[in-house]
Design a binder for this molecule. Structure first.
Ligand SMILES: [Zn+2]
Length: 270
């Protein structure tokens, strides 16, 4: 345990809406044994990760015993979380709710938690139909449009109108640092081919190799799925530029910790 009272990163957009709590955990020097890490897979300490989850959940305002986690494999699978899944995957020894990189729910008081360390944690809220999403989008999930798949799943499952959706793109490796191979930008240009020149907003070439801007790409995919540009907020934190405050796979190596994006519907069922 730690005496440090952690301060999660909040979205202004999501904070302006009633009916949810949310937050993104950070790297905090000296917090627990691994600077506030919430990832529990080896070589990380699962008991410390659980204690950190408890501390961060307290700061965000959710019950750690009811966290829902899924096995993230860079897929575009969307899992619909229901009340009976509450607590699945909350600790290392508990089975995950599913194999999926996107979770959506209309269940209240069921916190969705997505983990990342350079990949993008994407949190969404439909205040009209009362539905939320927590999504893990690295470049692999991005080029198979996990963001769009999530919007479409919310439309199908909840009756969501994409015009109502609010989206927060949390800290991730930015276009500044995300040097990629040609197969990445080729896959992006293919999935985004109907966007025409807009697709190039997510690609830069500051040197010999191209850089892929995962947050920008996901914003374009969300807009293509019907989300309004003014309903999309960027955190503008690059995890690799600022390894003091964020865990970064590229910046700190594969054994680094994980930050979490958390979102939960509050209140009673209507
Ligand atoms: Zn950067």
């Amino acid at each position: 345990m730690t005496d440090t009272q952690p301060t999660p990163l909040l979205s202004e957009l999501l904070s302006s809406a009633d009916g949810i709590v949310h937050g993104v955990t950070r790297r905090v020097a000296g917090m627990g044994v691994a600077d506030g890490n919430v990832g529990s897979t080896a070589p990380r300490d699962p008991e410390d990760a659980w204690q950190m989850r408890i501390a961060w959940c307290k700061a965000i305002g959710v019950d750690p015993e009811r966290i829902v986690r899924t096995d993230q494999i860079h897929s575009n699978q969307v899992f619909v979380v229901r009340e009976e899944h509450a607590g699945m995957g909350r600790r290392r020894e508990h089975p995950m709710a599913a194999v999926a990189d996107s979770t959506i729910t209309q269940a209240v008081n069921v916190p969705l938690m997505t983990l990342a360390a350079d990949c993008l944690p994407l949190l969404m809220y439909d205040p009209a139909q009362r539905g939320i999403a927590a999504v893990h989008a690295g470049w692999r999930g991005t080029v198979i449009d996990i963001a769009g798949e999530t919007v479409r799943a919310m439309q199908r499952e909840f009756g969501t109108d994409p015009n109502d959706l609010l989206a927060y793109l949390g800290p991730s490796i930015g276009g500044c640092c995300n040097e990629v191979g040609p197969e990445v930008t080729a896959a992006w240009r293919e999935i985004a081919s109907d966007l025409g020149p807009l697709a190039e907003l997510a690609v830069t070439k500051p040197g010999v190799k191209e850089h892929f801007d995962v947050p920008r790409a996901n914003a374009l995919l969300l807009q293509r799925a019907g989300v309004k540009a003014e309903h999309i907020e960027f955190s503008n934190h690059c995890t690799k530029c600022d390894t003091e405050h964020w865990f970064s796979h590229r910046g700190q190596g594969a054994a680094t910790g994980r930050q979490a994006g958390v979102i939960m519907l509050t209140g009673s069922v209507t």
